[in-house]
Design a binder for this molecule. Structure first.
Ligand code: AQP
Length: 324
């Protein structure tokens, strides 16, 4: 039996190169050796207000991007979270063994809720228990995610152990899988914060940005004081641009630094823009080539397989709880 991986992305905005380098790139490699399930986590996306028509389109676009980036529809199961009702049911059950203080401690909640806590929707607070349900339903061994999800994953493990102790061994305890480099790609307009879909357009390089936009964004990316092209703690902007160059080219950071010795930021940025344009062109072409019908069929098949696996776990959960 192959071990299982599961991960997901929210259809909450435009997929960016941070999502690709921090998550998708690993998925493409891991699907070769694992039983892989990749989810479009639309129920997470609605914790922030979404336009229904746009959300529907974004879900389909994200499924196309998964495939265009290299997720094989025959190798992996691609499905939409809301097509598998067991996610919300287990999410609710996990809420009943989760302390409010555990949820309030989550950095993502603190960041997204800001100071206006009293008016924040409860879904934003309960986001991690739904994420735990996403993972635990599939008896997942490994969860490939970016560094920002470390805390949520740790809570998932805590809840799984707590449930198993209180009610009996139902859940497999998942491990996180973080890329060695690229687990936290920083924003172009502020290298002290992570690149984020909900940031301003200057923050990210979207996978579907056109050539002109990419060149403009890279050219305007914030740089560090001084002029040396070097990755270092006191050079967060250069570290970020060099990391992206390294991950897209495969060339080591030391070799890239060596190649740019005596050269300026402008040259590095121009080369990086070329590289990003070349890297994204085939992804964009493949995305355009996938038809809406293909995606509908694929998502229906994916949901069928996901429901089969999820319902087995949910039945066990209901049994040990005295439900069902
Ligand atoms: N900047 C990043 N660097 C590396 N990995 C990242 N991920 C996100 N941002 C970076 C990883 O991408 C996957 C999908 O993320 P998500 O859609 O679940 O939500 P997120 O982590 O909250 O991503 P965003 O882009 O910041 O979206 P918004 O702005 O909507 O919250 C995850 O594996 C994540 O680690």
């Amino acid at each position: 039996m192959k071990q299982r991986i599961l991960s997901g992305i929210q259809p909450s905005g435009v997929l960016h190169i941070g999502n690709y380098l921090g998550a998708l790139k690993q998925w493409v490699e891991l699907q070769e050796t694992y039983d892989a399930l990749f989810c479009i986590v639309d129920l997470h996306a609605i914790t922030v207000k979404q336009d229904p028509k746009e959300l529907r389109a974004k879900i389909r676009e994200l499924a196309k991007l998964y495939i265009a980036c290299g997720i094989g529809p025959k190798k992996s199961t691609i499905f939409v979270q809301s097509h598998v009702p067991a996610h919300t049911e287990l999410g609710w059950i996990l809420n009943t063994i989760t302390k409010i203080s555990e949820l309030e401690r989550m950095t993502q909640f603190k960041d997204k809720a800001g100071k206006n806590r009293a008016h924040v929707n409860a879904g934003l607070l309960c986001y991690p228990t739904l994420m735990a349900a996403d993972i635990l339903l599939y008896q997942t061994d490994l969860v490939p995610v970016g560094e920002d999800q470390t805390q949520h994953l740790e809570l998932t493990r805590t809840l799984a152990k707590r449930f198993n102790t209180q009610f009996g061994e139902v859940f497999r305890i998942p491990e996180g899988y973080f890329p060695k480099a690229g687990a936290r790609i920083m924003a172009l307009d502020d290298p002290t914060v992570k690149m984020s879909k909900s940031g301003a357009p200057a923050n990210y390089l979207a996978l579907l940005d056109d050539e002109k936009t990419i060149r403009k964004k890279v050219a305007r990316a914030v740089t560090d004081s001084g002029s040396e092209i070097k990755a270092a703690h006191d050079k967060p902007a250069m570290t970020n641009l060099l990391t992206i160059t390294h991950l897209l080219s495969g060339e080591s950071i030391a070799d890239i630094e060596h190649r740019y010795r005596g050269k300026g930021y402008r040259e590095l940025k121009q080369d990086l823009a070329d590289r990003v344009v070349d890297f994204l062109a085939p992804i964009q072409q493949r995305t355009r080539n996938i038809s809406d019908n293909e995606i509908e069929t694929l998502l229906q098949e994916g949901a069928k397989r996901a429901r089969e696996i999820a319902s087995q776990t949910l039945t066990d959960v209901q049994r040990v709880l005295g439900l069902g």
